[in-house]
Design a protein around this ligand. Structure first.
Ligand SMILES: NC(=O)C1=CN([C@@H]2O[C@H](COP(=O)(O)OP(=O)(O)OC[C@H]3O[C@@H](n4cnc5c(N)ncnc54)[C@H](OP(=O)(O)O)[C@@H]3O)[C@@H](O)[C@H]2O)C=CC1
Ligand SMILES: O=C(O)C1=N[C@H](C(=O)O)C[C@H](O)C1
Length: 239
């Protein structure tokens, strides 16, 4: 496949290595310095775009790809207020759009575990839920997209929770997400339930960016012949 990388930073570079190992061609590498080269991307010269850029640039990049009908896998976080518009453009232009807040297979299993745990905990109001995420100091957005997905999984399953709050004391209806930025940490997420007498904790620790990048390339291979809006549940056959 001819893969165009929109965003050629920490993730773009690992994705490039894995895509080449899997026999793909990298047809473009676009970052801030050459960002006008996006105007040369078309359905004719690109099989799939993989977009890992920044919260500020993702919307413009994705709008272009959808308007020109180019299948796109996006992993950028922190832009999701625009996601409904991008999905609408995808459908209108018969394009293909794949989004995941986290492409690691392990994290997606962790998402399922989180929902199941929240369902089990729902009757036991003596346990107070909280979440935390730790990432490297270059990360631009907080909370992480993954932490938001975890909080949404909790909100869907704990009847007294309706929203989340970041780095502030939570009200009864809020799931607290505590974010911290430390060194070069690739991504650590924890969900805790604490009662007066005990504590239950689940944690996912990424040891490197490899799992995120491999998942994104597998998603690109899967998306190649498809049309529509997709996510990891479609790829992994989860409900
Ligand atoms: N879904 C997932 O599994 C994962 C998601 N992420 C997310 O991916 C995103 C990127 O992460 P990461 O690679 O670590 O970040 P980096 O900052 O290392 O890389 C971002 C890249 O995007 C480039 N960029 C910025 N603006 C534009 C633009 N307008 N057009 C094209 N490229 C642009 C930057 O260029 P320049 O270097 O010139 O500034 C840089 O090369 C983040 O939102 C992060 O949260 C990260 C890991 C996993
Ligand atoms: O910026 C990162 O590095 C990561 N971002 C994603 C997120 O915001 O959840 C995924 C992963 O945790 C790494």
């Amino acid at each position: 496949m001819r893969i165009a990388l929109l965003g050629y930073g920490k993730m773009g570079k690992v994705i490039e290595q894995i895509a080449l190992q899997r026999g793909h061609e990298i047809s473009a590498k676009i970052d801030v310095s050459n960002r006008t080269e996006i105007l040369a991307l078309s359905r004719e010269n690109t099989d799939v775009v993989i977009e890992f850029s920044s919260p500020e640039s993702a919307y413009g990049n994705l709008k272009y790809c959808m308007e020109f009908g180019i299948p796109t896998v996006c992993g950028t976080t922190g832009w999701l207020q625009h996601k409904p518009e991008i999905e609408k453009l995808c459908v209108e232009n018969k394009a293909a759009f794949f989004y995941a807040s986290n492409y690691s297979i392990g994290v997606n299993l962790f998402f399922e575990l989180n929902k199941t745990l929240a369902r089990l905990m729902n009757p036991y109001k003596e346990f107070k839920v909280s979440t935390n995420e730790i990432h490297h100091t270059e990360k631009k957005d907080a909370p992480s997209g993954t932490a938001i997905t975890l909080a949404e999984g909790i909100i869907d399953n704990l009847t007294d929770k309706t929203t989340w709050i970041n780095n502030q004391i939570a009200a009864e209806n809020e799931v607290p997400i505590w974010s911290s930025r430390e060194g070069k940490v690739p991504g650590t997420h924890t969900v805790k339930y604490i009662s007066d007498v005990d504590q239950i904790e689940i944690t996912h620790i990424a040891h490197s960016r490899h799992g995120f990048a491999l998942g994104a390339v597998i998603a690109a291979e899967w998306l190649n012949d498809k049309q529509g809006v997709f996510g990891m549940n479609d790829l992994l056959g989860l409900k």
